[in-house]
Design a protein around this ligand. Structure first.
Ligand SMILES: [Cu+2]
Length: 106
C-alpha cells in the first residue's frame, strides 16, 4: 500500500532529473560561398562547434581581433569548439568585408 503512494513521487523525481540534464552540444554549420558567410549571424552555446564549409576556390579565415583564427582552405571545412560565452565578431583576414557574428550563450 505504501509503495503505491510513493511511486508517483519517484516518477516525478526522475522526470525532473532528466529535464535538468544539459542539452547535447551541437555543430552549427556556416557556409562560405562567393565571399559571404551564411548565415552571417548564428546563436550557439558554450561547448557547441562552429563548422565553416568553404565552397569557394580560395582560402578564407574566421578571425577574431585579439582572439582566435580558423583557416578554411578552398573547398574544405574547418571547425572550432566555443569555449567561452559572449558575442563574437569575426572576419576574413583576406577579405575584410566578409564578416560574421556568433552569440555564445553560457
Ligand atoms: Cu576570405
Amino acid at each position: 500500500m505504501r509503495a503505491m503512494v510513493l511511486s508517483p513521487h519517484l516518477g516525478l523525481s526522475l522526470a525532473l532529473v532528466v529535464m535538468a540534464t544539459p542539452v547535447k552540444a551541437e555543430t552549427i554549420q556556416v557556409t562560405i560561398d562567393k565571399l559571404v558567410f551564411s548565415p552571417a549571424s548564428v546563436e550557439a552555446k558554450v561547448g557547441d562547434t562552429i563548422k565553416w564549409v568553404n565552397k569557394d576556390a580560395f582560402a578564407h579565415t574566421a578571425t577574431v581581433k585579439n582572439g582566435w583564427e580558423v583557416m578554411i582552405p578552398p573547398k574544405k571545412s574547418a571547425s572550432l569548439t566555443l569555449k567561452a560565452a559572449g558575442t563574437v565578431d569575426y572576419f576574413c583576414r583576406f577579405h575584410p568585408n566578409m564578416t560574421g557574428h556568433i552569440a555564445v550563450a553560457p
